[in-house]
Design a binder for this molecule. Structure first.
Ligand code: A3P
Length: 307
């Protein structure tokens, strides 16, 4: 948990004006120059949209459903978060990453690599658009993504402001990796490309076996009905929550015991659809919905969600 002084100031990056810690300026080009392999699989999402859930699914599909290996090695090592060490404060890099450089770590992973990034299209490595590896993008309904991020920030950076204030910051694109709408729109426009699969958190909640089948087909993997059922069980919310190889909370047990982290705060937290409507004031929810309709319907005449 970070004190106010330890939190880094934000700056805007790229034409889209994406909000990221100012120190990321030193790494933008380095990450854009990352060597992509054609046989990579990239999991790209805005934060809190079901990244971890998708990474575990994709890694298992790529690795012959090797549950033993999945259990014995942390997801951060199996599917590294590309830009992470380049944007966190030094104290986090030191304490939680043993000063590891995640860009180097991803570069040196044994292929086929499964790489996670939250970066928007224009800040991702340039070679993604020439080598064209498979990219699985996951989006989540903006109100729900904002609510999930609110609880995440409370947990990890001890954000103690009012919920409505946080949602206002989110809407004004001040939260890390926002604007969410444009992040999603860029990939929504590319969803017909053969190397891009566009999934949503809501589809995963509604029919996980269908998403598993679709993702397996996209990755060129055969999977039996029994294997789909077992994978869906492994990826079930309750299972994921108690699985310490995917739940980074394992590192936070001490803080929870000390009462620094409250019972209701968690990384794999609630896992439901529709919290935005319950947690936001009707006015804020309406503003979010209006922007969602405007962004998608006006720009491309189709929206990932029924708003
Ligand atoms: P909530 O905060 O709404 O509960 P990310 O991995 O991108 O950070 O996304 C985190 C969100 O995905 C959290 O949402 C978390 O609870 C949810 N999540 C993680 N594993 C899940 C699962 N197996 N089923 C449903 N939701 C899951």
């Amino acid at each position: 948990l970070l004190s106010e002084e330890e939190q880094t100031p934000r700056a805007r990056f790229g034409r889209g004006g994406y909000a990221l810690p100012a120190k990321y300026a030193d790494s933008v080009q380095h990450v854009k120059d990352f060597h992509v392999r054609q046989d990579d699989v990239w999991v790209v999402t805005p934060p809190k949209c079901g990244t971890t859930w998708t990474q575990e699914m994709v890694w298992l599909l790529m690795n012959d459903l090797d549950y033993e290996r999945a259990k014995s090695s942390n997801l951060m090592e199996r599917s590294p978060y590309l830009e992470f060490s380049r944007l966190v404060p030094d104290i986090i890099k030191e304490k939680y990453l043993n000063n590891m450089d995640t860009v180097e770590f991803a570069a040196n992973l044994t292929p086929p690599r499964c790489i996670k990034s939250h970066l928007p299209k224009e800040l991702l490595p340039d070679q993604l658009w020439t080598k064209r590896p498979k990219i699985i993008y996951v989006a989540r309904e903006p109100k729900d993504a904002a609510v999930s991020f609110f609880y995440h920030e409370q947990l990890f950076v001890s954000f103690s402001g009012e919920k409505e204030f946080y949602f206002k910051c989110y809407y004004e694109d001040l939260v890390a990796y926002t604007p969410l709408w444009e992040h999603v729109l860029d990939f929504w426009k590319m969803k017909q490309e053969p190397n891009i699969l566009f999934n949503t958190y809501e589809e995963m909640k509604k029919d996980l076996p269908a998403v598993i089948n679709r993702t397996a087909a996209f990755l060129g993997k055969r999977i039996t009905e029994e294997q789909v059922a077992r994978l869906a069980e492994h990826l079930d919310f309750k299972q994921m929550k108690k699985n310490s190889s995917v739940n980074i909370e394992a590192n936070l047990t001490k803080l929870r015991e000390q009462g620094v982290i409250k019972e209701e705060q968690a990384f794999i937290r609630k896992g439901v659809v529709g919290e935005g409507r319950r947690e936001m004031s009707p006015e804020t929810a309406a503003r979010f919905d209006e922007r969602t309709r405007r962004t998608f319907n006006e720009e491309v005449g189709g929206c990932p969600w029924n708003i």
